[in-house]
Design a protein around this ligand. Structure first.
Ligand SMILES: [Zn+2]
Length: 335
C-alpha cells in the first residue's frame, strides 16, 4: 500500500471543488422507510397518490393519459380557468414536503455533508428539506460544503433584492426584508430557468463550480427526458469530454450501468467514470473529507491507496468523534 488511510487523513492539498448533484434517488436512499414520522417520499409517478391530492386533480375535470405529476401540472398550468386549482395543488405539495423531517439517527444525508469540505458543493434537484436539515444538525461541528437548490426547496428563502438565501421564514441580513419562499413547480413544457431570479442564480453558481471541479458525483438523479433543459445546462457548464480528459465522473444509482452510461455519455470520458449502486461504495464514503487528495494519489500519482470508509452504523456522538480526527488536521492547515 503506497498511501494508507492515516497518510490520506494527514493530507490537505486540494482547493478545487468536488461537485455533487442530488436527485430524488438520494432522498429515497436516505429514508427508504419514510421520514422521522413514517411519511413517504413521493416521486413524480406516485406524487398525487402519496400526497393525497386526487380530489383536487379530479376537480380540474381533465383527462390525463400519464400519471406523471409534472405532466398533469403542466396541463393545469396552461388553462387560465384552473388558477384556483393550480394554487391549491401548489399549496398542498409545498406543505407535504415542508413537513418532512430526517429520522433521528444519522442518515446518508448526514454522512454526505460531513464527508465533504467547505470548498465542495452540493446541488440538489430535490424539494424536500433533508439536505438543509442535515447541514443544520452537523454544521456546529464541521465546516460543510456549499449548497444550491436547482428546483427550489421548501426550507429555503431568498431576498428579492438578490442579497442572500437563507432559512425560509427568516430575514435578509443585508436589507432586513423577509426572505421569500422559493417556487417549487414549473410547467415542464416551458421549463425556463432564466425566468426565475432565484433558480437562474443557482444554475449560474453551479456552472461556475463545474468549470473548476476535479470530480463530479451524480447521486440518484434520473435525468428525466422531460427535463432536457437541465441536462443541456449541465452539459454546457461541464464542457466537451475532450476538454475534460482527466476529471473523474461518479454515478451513484441503482439502475443498470449500460442505461447510466447512455444517459451520461456526454459527460463521460472513456475510462474516467465509475458507477456504484450504493452510496457507501462511493468515492465520497470511502475517502471522506479527502476526496480530492485521494483522487490525486490514485489518478495523478498512480499510487495504491487504502480506503477510509466512514462508520455508517455509528450514532451521532461516535460519528462526530470519528470525523473530528479529520477536522483536527484541517484546523492545523488553516492556522
Ligand atoms: Zn436583502
Amino acid at each position: 500500500m503506497d498511501v494508507t488511510s492515516d497518510d490520506e487523513i494527514r493530507q490537505i492539498s486540494v482547493g478545487k471543488p468536488h461537485v455533487v448533484i442530488l436527485g430524488a434517488g438520494a432522498s429515497y436512499a436516505a429514508c427508504p422507510q419514510g421520514d422521522k414520522n413514517g411519511r413517504m417520499l413521493p416521486l413524480m409517478n406516485n406524487l398525487i397518490e402519496i400526497i393525497g391530492i386526487e380530489d383536487i386533480v379530479a376537480k380540474a375535470g381533465l383527462c390525463f393519459e400519464a400519471q406523471n405529476f409534472e405532466d398533469i401540472y403542466a396541463c393545469i398550468h396552461q388553462d387560465s380557468g384552473l388558477i384556483e386549482i393550480r394554487d391549491e395543488l401548489e399549496h398542498q405539495v409545498y406543505r407535504y414536503f415542508r413537513e418532512m423531517e430526517l429520522p433521528e439517527h444519522p442518515t446518508i444525508y448526514d454522512h454526505l455533508v460531513m464527508s465533504l469540505r467547505d470548498k465542495d458543493l452540493i446541488a440538489t434537484f430535490n424539494w424536500d428539506p433533508f439536505l438543509v436539515q442535515a447541514i443544520r444538525r452537523n454544521s456546529h461541528r464541521f465546516k460543510l460544503p456549499r449548497v444550491l437548490f436547482l428546483h427550489g426547496n421548501v426550507e429555503v428563502g431568498y431576498c428579492a433584492e438578490g442579497h442572500m438565501m437563507g432559512n425560509n421564514g427568516g430575514s435578509c441580513s443585508h436589507c432586513g426584508s423577509q426572505l421569500e419562499p422559493t417556487r417549487l413547480l414549473y410547467p415542464i413544457t416551458q421549463k425556463n430557468y432564466q425566468l426565475d431570479q432565484f433558480i437562474s442564480r443557482q444554475w449560474a453558481m453551479l456552472a461556475d463550480a463545474l468549470k473548476h471541479a476535479f470530480m463530479v458525483t451524480i447521486f440518484g438523479y434520473g435525468a428525466p427526458t422531460s427535463d432536457a433543459r437541465a441536462i443541456e445546462l449541465l452539459k454546457g457548464a461541464w464542457g466537451s469530454t475532450d476538454e475534460r480528459c482527466m476529471e473523474q465522473f461518479e454515478i451513484i444509482d441503482i439502475r443498470d450501468e449500460l442505461v447510466l452510461r447512455e444517459t451520461w455519455s456526454p459527460f463521460i470520458h472513456t475510462h474516467h467514470y465509475r458507477v456504484h449502486p450504493n452510496f457507501y461504495g462511493s468515492w465520497i464514503a470511502n475517502h471522506p473529507r479527502r476526496t480530492g487528495e485521494a483522487y490525486l494519489n490514485q489518478f495523478i500519482e498512480a499510487m495504491f491507496i487504502e480506503n477510509n470508509p466512514l462508520p455508517k452504523e455509528a450514532g451521532f456522538a461516535e460519528l462526530w468523534e470519528w470525523y473530528s480526527r479529520l477536522k483536527k488536521i484541517e484546523d492545523i492547515e488553516n492556522t
